[in-house]
Design a binder for this molecule. Structure first.
Ligand code: IMP
Ligand code: MG
Length: 187
């Protein structure tokens, strides 16, 4: 079966590029040259963060966290723990958290609460995609790339069982499809 039958493009790489550039310019303007600590949430945010920081003009440090949530990936639960914590000191620093998708909001609510314990000067959140209709808990997202209300998305860092992260665009994945043993070759 051709992978193109299973993936429907929702964001082209050109569309993403334009928006990521706009976000970087907005962030640079809002922080007015102040130094920033950018914290990416692994694994999904790695491509978005790599592109975004090249459009941010402020001096910056970067770090990553990795969070595990119990339950399957397609069905978030409220139980979250760190599998990798931050390694740099964020006390009195302006922190920008970079996330791929905000879905139920559990992940970011938890992360924001934990990061606040380190007494940063501020914390803001930037996500590539907001599925805000699916929110279970309220969390303020300061910078949003795209609002996409529904569907399971892959590509540009987003995965299904670790597949598809390298696709340059974002695609809806047909939920009945099981990609084990299969990788798209035509990108
Ligand atoms: P939540 O906001 O705590 O529900 O979790 C959001 C996390 O679930 C994101 O960091 C993604 O890793 C993952 N996620 C949610 N929706 C999707 C999707 O459509 N594709 C890939 N990962 C998703
Ligand atoms: Mg994630």
């Amino acid at each position: 079966m051709d992978y193109k039958d299973q993936l429907r493009k929702v964001l082209s790489s050109e569309t993403i590029k334009t928006r990521v550039c706009e976000l970087g310019e907005q962030i640079s303007k809002d922080y007015e040259g102040r130094p920033l600590v950018i914290i990416g949430i692994l694994n999904g945010a790695f491509i978005f963060m790599a592109d975004l920081i090249r459009h941010i003009k402020n001096p910056l440090q970067i770090d990553f966290v990795r969070l595990a949530s119990y339950g399957s990936q397609a069905k978030s639960s409220g139980h979250i723990s760190f599998t990798k914590d931050i390694e740099i000191d964020i006390k009195d620093k302006d922190v920008l958290v970079v996330e791929d998708i905000v879905d139920t909001g559990y992940t970011l609510k938890y992360l924001k609460e934990v990061l606040n314990l380190h007494n940063p000067a501020s914390i803001r959140i930037c996500c590539l995609i907001d599925k805000k209709e699916r929110r279970k808990v309220s969390v303020e997202v300061d910078y949003v790339g795209f609002d996409i209300p529904s569907g399971f998305l892959v590509g540009y860092g987003l995965d299904f069982n670790e597949n598809y992260r390298g696709l340059p665009g974002v695609y809806h994945l047909n939920p009945v499809y099981k990609p084990e043993g299969f990788m798209p070759s035509d990108r």
